[in-house]
Design a protein around this ligand. Structure first.
Ligand code: AMP
Length: 126
């Protein structure tokens, strides 16, 4: 069910629980700013989710309210995960769904990182 990205942060969302260790996940990478783990329902050979450690609903909330340090740390973490998987030469795709039209289901900002295969058209053709 897509979320309303304009709503306040709900600290009971599933990624908040993952960050607190209340729900299991496999850590691919983490630092002060970000946590990366495999998507439970992978849509490509490699499908990793990278989330900020701070409480932000979406890219919109993050870009409007996160500090410059949080933003830099998160963006660098996404790049680090891609490089650590040798994805730069073959290429990869980043996706951040926002709200209902974006199809966002979990109300904690996450960047999907897809790779390991040609990824096809940018959005589904109708
Ligand atoms: P979005 O539609 O952009 O909000 O994507 C949410 C993503 O979270 C989906 O790709 C789900 O497969 C993924 N997901 C949901 N629960 C978990 C979980 N417990 N561990 C890893 N990925 C999850």
């Amino acid at each position: 069910m897509p979320i309303d990205a304009a709503r306040p942060y709900d600290d009971q969302n599933i990624f908040a629980k993952i960050l607190r260790g209340e729900i299991p996940s496999t850590c691919i990478y983490q630092d002060e700013w970000a946590y990366a783990f495999p998507d439970i329902n992978p849509q490509a050979k490699l499908h990793v989710l990278v989330i900020p450690k701070g409480a932000y609903v979406s890219w919109d909330d993050f870009s409007a309210h996160a500090s410059a340090e949080e933003i830099a740390g998160f963006i660098r973490a996404v790049g680090h995960v891609a490089r650590a998987h040798d994805l730069v030469a073959p290429g990869y795709r980043l996706l951040a769904n926002v709200g209902a039209h974006g199809g966002q289901e979990v109300p904690h900002l996450h960047v999907h990182l897809f790779g390991g295969q040609p990824l096809g058209p940018m959005i589904a053709r109708r």
